[in-house]
Write a new protein. Sequence first.
Length: 307
Amino acid sequence: MTAVIETPVIQVVGLTKTYGAVRALDGLDLSIPRGGVYGVLGPNGAGKSTLFRILLGLIRATDGSARIMGGGVGDVTAMRRMGSMIETPRFPPYLTARQVLHWLALEHGLGATDLPHWLQRVGLTEAADRKVRGFSVGMMQRLGVAAALMSRPELVILDEPTSGMDPPGIQEMRALIRSLADEDGVTVVLASHQLLEVQRVCDRVAILNKGRLVREGAVSELTSVGERLRLSVTQTAQVLEVLGAKGAAEGDAVLADIRRDEGPALIRALAAAGVDIHEARWVGTDLESIFFTETGAVQAPETIHAG
């Protein structure tokens, strides 16, 4: 039986964009699979927003090719199956949130019956009839996400969707993004400087630097590099003695540099020796460490924005 090879939702080959002597994208090759949440990361000037603008037909590439949803950039059929929010959205300040979505629904030839649903999903039900001129940045982001989703796209591109949001708002947006992928079957491609949130919400990530792809893969695989077993124990010295060179203290815990298949035997041996094990879990490299290693970035995560 022949295996079916699914077409990537986004495929770019040798994509280049120059502004004079500046190369915003420098021969970028990237393939984004259909389904799940895909993160595009990079420091300022890495080319993330430039990539998104090319894919949406807002600017033209200098060289290379790009296909999206199986069609070329600007293909009407493909564009109708996707939604997007690039940077902080702007809407007529004299309209309410509900009126904004109604106006956009008319522009897209959609009915207005779903508007309460999308206002509720982005957390704007109580503010639905307030004029957007008084909205915070975070509220404008929510409205922009609702606008991107109201056509029920198969693919949605979100550039910094949690910008300006407080921690509860970030958590709500994370839940919404995950539900779009897991429950609605939407492919979500997002750029974010919230590296911890990306690690929590994304299935795969691509890290860009100076217009090129420097790292790509499943989050679980990338962060499993250097994986160790973290044991929260009472008798730290005793565990370190058992592990020898394979053990390292970390506060009231011990990090065991062993393979996964060696874990059960170690835990049984420690328990038999009378060691009280309060917690045992595998820990690996976090996405933040990988990001800084691959890009050489020196900013704190809070200052890394879309490029």
